[in-house]
Design a protein around this ligand. Structure first.
Ligand code: IPM
Ligand code: MG
Length: 359
């Protein structure tokens, strides 16, 4: 039987709960489709700080590198909020993305039809369907630029820098265009080229890359306009190509349009196609350990892993179909409604497994 190796980084807050449900669902799909996944659990984030003093221990990096894919829950929590920036749990997440060269972050915001009522937008605004792919650059820009603090005229200051090279922009732009070619051939590149020099280079470079994709209809939006357009006319978007920080912000916005931040999965890929999979939401320390979290973003990230890294598309389809059906059976509190029972994280995982079983 085919066996895959997956590094499992549960992380902090609701991370362990949602990852446990994902493993349950992945194993169920694997059993149905005739393959096995061998998981190796490693530390990241606050959990790693507490046990090893580092948010990303070397052992975690080694296990990730020798696995077929990496699956991550979430990092961060109140307990570590006062640590210096480079020692925080989030530094571990940025470091794993960077160390593994995961520059291409794919964040699909899809409105599952049973969840239309959960969207804060009116039906008339959402239209028939919503299916946006945010392609976010993940290893450059202000997240990785020089930052620091100093004193000037007796007052403290701090700075972060946004820096992008043509090479970095080109490789993410190619991912955006390739994605557009597989979808509706519409690409919207988002920047702040009316103010930022780095955005002007971004735009020039994207226009250059576009020459290789004459079939793709390219347009550019400033990020402030894009964030407004997303809530007043989201169906105009198909693939959104953007920088690290703008992608972080716009993907949260896109997720809530689709009903809940608890529904949006992600894949982060390297040039060689190696992948890390994680829900886009954070560690939600306020509800951690209470069996209240929505595991579906994580479970859907598991489906992305099966499709992109483990070459098991049938199992991926099975999970996505099961999630769609599960939404008609029960829901976690964040997407409650339609007279359906409101259940906890574990029960939601059970419902998805039951739907797979019934296939
Ligand atoms: C995300 C998260 C992270 C990010 C945080 C936890 C560092 O918000 O994956 O969107 O900003 O990239
Ligand atoms: Mg984010």
């Amino acid at each position: 039987m085919k066996e895959y190796k997956v590094a499992l980084l549960k992380g902090d807050g609701i991370g362990p709960e949602i990852v446990d449900e994902t493993v349950k669902v992945l194993n169920k799909a694997a059993e149905k489709c005739g393959f096995m996944i061998k998981y190796t659990q490693e530390l990241i984030g606050g959990a790693a700080i507490d046990q090893t003093g580092s948010p990303l221990p070397q052992q975690t990096i080694d296990t990730c590198k020798s696995s077929d894919a990496v699956f991550l829950g979430a990092v961060g929590g109140y307990k570590w909020d006062t640590l210096p920036g480079d020692q925080r749990p989030e530094a571990g997440l940025l470091a794993i993305r960077s160390t593994l060269g995961l520059f291409a972050n794919l964040r699909p915001a899809i409105i599952f039809s049973p969840l239309k009522a959960a969207s804060p937008l009116k039906d008339s605004v959402i239209g028939d369907c919503l299916d946006i792919m945010v392609v976010r650059e993940l290893t450059g820009g202000i997240y990785f630029g020089t930052r620091g603090r100093g004193m000037e005229d007796g007052a403290e200051y701090a700075y972060d820098t946004e820096k992008y090279s043509v090479t970095e922009i080109e490789r993410i732009a190619k991912i955006g265009f390739e994605m557009a070619m597989k979808r509706s051939k519409k690409l919207c590149s988002v920047d702040k080229a009316n103010v930022l020099e780095s955005s002007r280079l971004w735009r020039e470079t994207v226009i250059n890359v576009a020459k290789n994709y004459p079939e793709v209809e390219l347009r550019h939006l400033y990020v402030d306009n894009c964030s407004m357009q997303l809530v007043c006319n989201p169906s105009q978007f198909d693939v959104i190509l953007t920088s690290n920080i703008f992608g972080d912000i716009l993907s949260d916005e896109a997720s809530i349009i689709s009903g809940s931040i608890g529904m949006l999965p992600s894949a982060s890929l390297s040039e060689q196609g190696f992948g890390l999979y994680e829900p886009i939401h954070g560690s939600a320390p306020d509800i951690a350990g209470r069996n209240q979290a929505n595991p579906l973003a994580s479970i859907l990230s598991g489906a992305m892993m099966l499709r992109h890294s483990l070459s098991e598309p049938a199992a991926a389809d099975m999970i996505e179909t099961a999630v769609n059906r599960a939404l008609l059976v029960a829901r976690t509190a964040d997407i409650a409604g339609d007279g359906l029972p409101s259940v906890g994280c574990r029960e939601m995982g059970d419902v998805v497994c039951a739907e797979i079983d019934a296939m």
